[in-house]
Ligand binder design. Structure first.
Ligand code: AMP
Length: 282
C-alpha cells in the first residue's frame, strides 16, 4: 500500500484535507492524535510538515505533501509531482527600516542572518559570494534584529504584513514556495502514485473552471462561439421539439464567467446556468 505523508497540523493541513475530500478520498475516522489513517487505497501518515521531506526520502513514506521551502531546506533528492497552489509564500531577505539596507549588494561581510532555513540561506549567500554569519532560529526570526542577535533575516512572507509590523523591509526573494506533492524517485513511477497525482491534479484544474450551459438562438451561434474563451467546444445539442434555440455546454475559466454570462445574455441566450466542476481530466 502506498504510504502518503501529510501535515498533521498547521497552515497546510486544512487545505490538504479539503483537497483529498474534493478528490473523493476523504480522510475519515482520524482522531486528533492518531498518526495513521486509511484514505481509500492509501495509508496516510500524519506528521509535522517539516519532517515530511526526510520521511519520504528515508522511506518511512513513499510520497508526501509539504511546502517547497521545507523540501528545499533538506536538500534531499525528491521528485516533484505537482504544485498544489495553496500555501503560497516567499522566502525573503529582509532588513530593518533603520539599517538603510535596500539591496543585497549592501550586505557587508560578517552580517548576521537569522533564519529558520539555515541550509537555504547558506547556499543562497555562498552562491553569490557573500560571507555572512547564519544564525539558526526555530521560529519568529523577524524579532531577531530587535533582540540584537542578527542584522538581517531570511524569513517566509505571504502578505508582507508580519514583516511590516516588525519594521522589516524586503530586500530580495530567495525562494518562491507553495505546497507540493513529492515522491521518492523509486516511488514516483508506481501506479498508485500516478493515480493519486491524476486525482489531485484533476481537482486543482477543475477549481479554476466552470461549466456553462445556455440555450442559444441558432442565428447567434457564430457570435456565441467568439465570446467563449474555453479550450474546446462548445458542445451543441438539439432541444426537444427543435425550434429557434439549441442547447450549448462549455467549460470556461472561472474568472471569465462574469463577463461571458453578460455577453451571452446580450446575444439573446436564455436559461444560462453556471455550475462548479468537481474534477477535470483533459
Ligand atoms: P506550519 O508550520 O505547519 O504552519 O507550516 C508552515 C508552512 O506553511 C511553511 O513551511 C510554508 O510552506 C507554508 N506557508 C505558507 N504561507 C506561509 C507564511 N506566510 N508564513 C509561514 N509559512 C507559510
Amino acid at each position: 500500500m502506498l504510504r502518503v505523508a501529510l501535515p498533521n497540523k498547521g497552515r497546510l493541513s486544512e487545505d490538504v484535507k479539503q483537497l483529498f475530500d474534493d478528490a473523493g478520498l476523504p480522510i475519515r475516522g482520524r482522531s486528533e492524535r492518531s498518526l495513521r489513517a486509511r484514505i481509500g487505497d492509501y495509508e496516510a501518515l500524519f506528521v509535522r510538515a517539516q519532517d515530511i521531506p526526510e520521511f519520504v526520502a528515508d522511506g518511512a513514506a513513499d510520497v508526501g505533501i509539504t511546502g517547497w521551502d521545507l523540501v528545499t531546506e533538506t536538500n534531499r533528492s525528491l521528485t516533484q509531482l505537482l504544485d498544489l497552489e495553496f500555501g503560497r509564500c516567499r522566502l525573503v531577505v529582509a532588513a530593518t527600516e533603520e539599517s538603510g539596507l535596500t539591496q543585497l549588494a549592501q550586505v557587508a561581510p560578517g552580517t548576521r542572518v537569522a533564519t529558520c532555513f539555515p541550509g537555504i540561506t547558506r547556499r543562497f549567500f555562498e552562491l553569490r559570494g557573500f560571507a555572512v554569519q547564519v544564525v539558526p532560529v526555530s521560529g519568529a526570526a523577524e524579532i531577531a534584529p530587535h533582540l540584537g542577535i542578527a542584522d538581517v533575516v531570511v524569513d517566509l512572507t505571504s502578505t508582507g504584513s508580519t514583516l511590516q509590523v516588525n519594521g522589516l523591509r524586503e530586500v530580495e526573494t530567495v525562494l518562491e514556495s507553495s505546497a507540493r506533492l513529492v515522491a521518492r524517485e523509486d516511488a514516483a513511477n508506481r501506479t498508485e502514485t500516478k493515480d493519486l497525482t491524476l486525482a489531485l491534479s484533476s481537482v486543482l484544474r477543475a477549481r479554476g473552471q466552470r461549466y456553462l450551459m445556455a440555450n442559444v438562438p441558432r442565428e447567434g451561434l457564430a457570435a456565441v462561439r467568439e465570446c467563449l474563451p474555453g479550450l474546446n467546444g462548445p458542445t451543441l445539442s438539439e432541444l426537444m421539439g427543435g425550434g429557434r434555440f439549441v442547447a450549448m455546454h462549455a467549460v470556461v475559466p472561472a474568472d471569465a464567467v462574469f463577463r461571458t454570462v453578460a455577453r451571452l445574455q446580450g446575444l439573446g441566450c436564455e436559461g444560462i446556468l453556471v455550475t462548479r466542476i468537481e474534477r477535470l481530466v483533459p
